[in-house]
Each structure stands twice: as structure tokens, then as C-alpha cells.
Design a protein around this ligand. Sequence first.
Ligand code: SAM
Ligand code: SF4
Length: 472
Amino acid sequence: MKTPDLMDDRDLEIINDEEIYRILEKNSSADPAEIREILAEGRELKGISLEKTTKLLTVEDPDLLQEIYNTASYVKNEIYGQRLVLFAPLYISNLCYNECLYCAFRATNKHLKRQVLTQEQIAEEVAALIDEGQKRVLLVAGESYPEEGLDYVLKAIDTVYSVSRGKGQNIRRVNVNIAPLDRDDFKRLKDAQIGTYQIFQETYHYDTYKKLHMGGPKRNYKYRLRAIDRAFEAGIDDVGIGVLFGLCDYKFEVVALRSHIRHLEKNFGLGPHTISVPRLEPADQSYIASHPPAPVSDQNFKKIIAVLRISVPYTGLILSTRENAAMRGEAFAMGISQISAGSKTNPGGYHVSPTEKSTATAEQFSLGDTRPLDEVVRDVVKHGYVPSFCTSCYRRGRTGLDFMELAKPGEIKKFCAPNAILTFAEYLNDYASEETKKEGRKLIDKLLKDIDSPNVMNKYQQIMDGERDIIV
Ligand code: SAM
Ligand code: SF4
């Protein structure tokens, strides 16, 4: 495979096809004893090499797969405990210059109703999200911000933070998924107080990338590949990466993603804060979206999640509402640490009342899980996890290397567990249905028995007495 615009050593360090194919070939099988050795190493919570990651991906035997899942589950519990962080995407615009063949927002899709929310409309969306109980949003947009350019996005971030619906009833963290920027604009994005900057390479496979990105700035593979480097150089130390699974062979993608992480760790001393694992979903007027060139079965999807959990244990794993409730339920145990819930992928989707006309034609892709937040919360509890609306690390400056210093010796759980309880208690008091309240309180009572910190108990009491936004 030729990679004509990938010429310099730095790009080849991020992804070198020849090396990836060599690794895939050399590690194309492993006997059960070797897999078990790798899993034992995984249980030491230090991560595993690219080569060992590749070997785990080759496993097909159901019993061995189960051992991989069990190991992932162990790793997840040791590092993150029982908490599962919740957020919602906030689509502010579906205008786009690009021609990504799998996406409904692509420029030539004339069938799509285009919407660019005004700042007032964004504030209405945010109010609707807060009223459901959300505390974290992921701001998303197509790549085109007419007239105002990046200022439109920066103002939108300000707008999100400015909306308050009462004591402690606001969005406390805005993560952003927008097109790659140059270094100066990344600095401006950092100054806007974002949480995570997130960008998916879609596919690391150059030829596939070129076939699927037919026009617009996104056609430049290399500019996208280097985006995280520029973000780090601009001082953003909290970044998220991902692959859109279904476009190209999943083993190639996972090894490439892992190679990207190796490059970041080598050059910046730090990998991504999160990895997202979106799987291709049907999208308006897109043949590719309904006919994935390299479909990923449910079994392989679970394997990808579990192997990533073992391979890079300190990196959060995000699962969106692209997946249905059953898959999401299974994935919690495999190592997912954050999920979106109650999502809409059409700009203006939250504020629409049920009696208004649906704007489904403005959606980016169809969702597998359309349940409201309250139902998802109840389901998370049913699966034995604690829904968390925590935004503490980011607001207390525990990001980048500081976060890793706490995560690696297993200290982060000491913050995550109480903060999950405190923010969940807020949610139950302020937003939950009676049924969710009942189940949620039962869980909290059980968890409080294991908390031997008077400080945390005191804070919990303050929440129950009506105080808000109290974190550890
Ligand atoms: N426009 C920016 C970009 O492409 O980087 C950021 C926002 S884009 C709306 C967010 C992500 O949606 C893309 O990176 C892509 O992975 C995902 N996406 C696009 N079409 C999809 C589909 N049909 N199914 C699932 N995910 C899709
Ligand atoms: Fe535009 Fe992003 Fe959709 Fe591509 S994936 S068409 S860049 S919104």
C-alpha cells in the first residue's frame, strides 16, 4: 500500500502500515497457554505491548474469549471501580464542507435539513439537557462554521457554561468533538475551558480513508492524523481518540490505534484520556453506512472493547448510544467507563417537544439506544454499576500527567467512588423518577456501608440537606 502524503518519520512513527502488517502477520495466532500468560500480565494493570494486544485479537475460542472478558472486567474494577460516567452529545450544527460517505451531514446530501443553532437555541438545548439531569456534554458539529469560523464554537461553549437552572443545576464539563484545528486555534479552544478534545481518525488505513473521504478539508489524512500532536503542543492535555469500526479490518485498526498511542506516550509522556469505539450506523442517504465495508460482529466488538481495556488500562473507554441497550449492558462489564445517554444527534433535538414535528431528517445517524436518561440510569443500576455525573478531576486540575499519577497507583478510585455516589445522589434527589429513586437509593445505601471516610459521609449528608455540587 502506498501512502504518498505520509512522508516524514514522525507520521510513520504514528502509523506505519508495513510495521502493522508485519505485527499482524507475526502475531496471527497464539496457543491458549500463551494467551493465559498475556492475560496474567494484563492483571498486573500495567498494560500490554502492541504485539501481545494483537495476539489477544486473534482469539476466537468461546472459552478463551470469556477469559479475556473476565480479565477486562477485573482490570476495569480495579482501576475504575463500579462507576460509569454519563454524558450527552450536544449537536450545534450539521453544516459540513466534507464528503464523508458514511455520514448524513456530508455536503452533497441535499435531502438533509440543515440547521445551525443560534446561541439562544443552544441555550434552550442546554436547559433541556440540564432539566433531564445531565452535567456533562460533548459538543459536536459538522466542519463548517459560516461567517464566524471557530468563534461560533467558542461562543457555543461559553453559552453552555452560562446556563443555570437553579442551585448547582448547570453543565459542569464541556467536551468537544470538532474538526482538527491548527495549533493557535487549539490554544483558543483550550482557553475556552474545554474538558476533552476528541477526534476520531475514522480509519487509520490510508487507502480506505481516501476512498471514503471524497472531498473537503477532511480528505487530508495527514492533517487529521497529526491533530492530537498539535492539540498537545497547544497545551491541551486531555484528548480522546477513536476509530469508526466497520470501515476497515478491525484488527488493523486496533493495532494502528495502539501504535498512535505509543507515539503519543513517547513524544508527550502521555496517551489519550479516552478512546471511543463507535460502530457504523445507518445514516440518511448513505449506502456505506448501511453496508459497512468491513462489518464488525457483536462478538468481535466485545473483543475489541475487552482487549483495549487490558492493553491500555488507564485510558477511559467510551460507548455511545449507537449501540443498543443489550450490547451496552454487556459492554459495561468489558471495560467501558463512560457512556452517552438520552442522546439526540440532530441539532435542536432536545428542546423539541413530543408534539412538535420530528426533525429526524437532520440526524447524523440512527441510534441503537433511544431510551431517556432516567431509564438508562435505572438500567446501569440494575447491572450493578453506579451512574456518575462527576466532573471533579477536570475542575480540580487532575488532568493529563497529574491524572495518570493518581490512576497508575490505583489512587483514582478513591476520588471516583465517592464522587459517583455524591453526584448520583444529586441526580436522584433532583431528577429521577420514583422507580429510579427507589433502586438508586438501595444501591447508595449499600455503597455507603463500605465508605469509612467521615469527610465523604459528611458531604453526602450535605447533598441530602440540599447542598449541590460538592465534590471530593
Ligand atoms: N465533523 C467532525 C468530524 O468529522 O471530525 C466532528 C463531528 S462528527 C459529527 C463525529 C463523528 O461521528 C465522526 O468522527 C464519525 O466517526 C461519526 N460518524 C459519522 N457518521 C457515522 C455513522 N453513520 N455511524 C456512526 N458514527 C458516525
Ligand atoms: Fe462532516 Fe464530520 Fe459528518 Fe464528515 S463525519 S460529513 S466531517 S460531520
